[in-house]
Every structure is written in structure tokens, then in C-alpha cells.
Design a protein around this ligand. Structure first.
Ligand code: AR6
Length: 177
């Protein structure tokens, strides 16, 4: 049975099989958790990201999709990069795109045979997704994928800040264990 838990932690310090990056479509780094991952992983990560194919000019990973690279100098051997939606009020498919991030990231983890994955609160920083809504999507989507993917044993939601941590605690308490 898979375990889901929320922790207050810097994602880049976690010893899991993969950390998920809340990236942008270029996959060439940015601020927030993306910047922290690139700083901790070192320049080899940027070089590997640059080598991923462009699907259209400037876009290596369309919103809602995911790509996987090595973790380079991180403790985690893998980084799964996904691109959350920018919040535009909720009427632009944001919920489905955000659910796609969790589904596609876990599909890559499954393909690689990974057992533990840590997620940040995708889209809840610069991209402005309301935390309570985003947390509900994250937890429900992960639960539904794991019900079909029991080989993934542990999911960690790495939270920056009390508001996000308590939103996850509430949501995890609401879901069946
Ligand atoms: N560990 C865990 N969570 C973190 C960390 C960390 N080290 N650093 C930040 N957070 P954001 P987004 C939290 O803005 O909204 C980048 O520039 C943060 O407090 O990183 O998906 C990309 O290149 C927030 O709760 O991601 C994109 O352009 C959550 O991680 C854009 O930002 C996500 O915040 C993506 O925006």
C-alpha cells in the first residue's frame, strides 16, 4: 500500500528516487523550486535539459506534460520536470492541466520503476494557483494513479510554508488511507 505524506521541507534535500520540478515550458530553469533544483543539481542538469527535444520553438515540455532527467548532484537520482498551468481564474482548463502534471509525472516514475517521489505544490507559487484547490487536485490525482500503480510506495508533498502544509494535511486527512 502506498503512503502519502506532507512534510515541511526543501524538496532539493530529500532522499527519494525522484523529485518533481515545477518548471516552465523551456525547461531551462527559473525561480522558485525550479531555481532551487537547478542550483542544487549543478550545471549538468541544465546541460541535460538543453539536450531534450523541442516540441515547438522554445518548448521542451508543454503545460501539463512531464519529462525526466538525471538528478546530477541531488540526492535524488532522477528529476521529473513538469509544467503547471498559470492560474487565469479557473475557466481555462487549469484543473485538468494541473491533474495532468501529477498523472504524467507518476507515469514516468512508473516507467522507470521508481518507488518514491516528492512533489512541490505545482503552480502554487509564481503561477498563482489557489492553494486549497490545487492541493485537492494533487491529492485526489495521486490517490487515483496509485490505486492502479501499487509499485510506487511513497509520495512526499514537500511544502514551503504553513498555509500549504496545513492545506495538504487537511486534504490527506479527507482521503481514504
Ligand atoms: N522546496 C519545496 N517547495 C518550494 C521550494 C523548495 N526548495 N522553493 C519553492 N517552493 P514555484 P510555480 C514552493 O513558483 O508556481 C519558476 O520560475 C513555493 O513556495 O516554484 O509552478 C518556473 O521556472 C510554492 O509553494 O512554481 C516557472 O516559470 C511551490 O513551491 C514558474 O516558477 C511552487 O512555486 C512555475 O511556477
Amino acid at each position: 500500500m502506498s503512503v502519502l505524506r506532507a512534510v515541511q521541507a526543501d524538496l532539493t534535500t530529500l532522499a527519494v528516487d525522484a523529485v518533481v520540478n515545477a518548471a516552465n515550458e523551456t525547461l531551462l530553469g527559473g525561480g522558485g523550486v525550479d531555481g532551487a533544483i537547478h542550483r542544487a543539481a549543478g550545471s549538468g542538469l541544465l546541460a541535460e535539459c538543453r539536450g531534450l527535444p523541442l516540441v515547438r520553438p522554445g518548448v521542451r515540455c508543454p503545460t501539463g506534460e512531464a519529462r525526466i532527467t538525471a538528478g546530477h548532484r541531488l540526492k535524488a537520482p532522477w528529476v521529473i520536470h513538469t509544467v503547471g498551468p498559470v492560474w487565469h481564474g479557473g475557466g481555462n482548463g487549469e484543473a485538468e492541466l494541473l491533474a495532468g502534471c501529477y498523472r504524467n509525472a507518476l507515469a514516468l516514475a512508473h516507467e522507470k520503476g521508481l518507488r518514491s517521489v516528492a512533489f512541490p505544490a505545482i503552480s502554487c507559487g509564481v503561477y498563482g494557483y489557489p492553494v486549497v484547490e490545487a492541493t485537492a487536485i494533487a491529492v485526489a490525482t495521486v490517490h487515483s494513479v496509485l490505486a492502479r500503480t501499487p509499485a510506487i510506495e511513497e509520495i512526499v508533498f514537500a511544502c514551503f510554508g504553513d498555509a500549504i502544509f496545513s492545506a495538504y494535511e487537511t486534504e490527506l486527512g479527507r482521503q481514504p488511507a
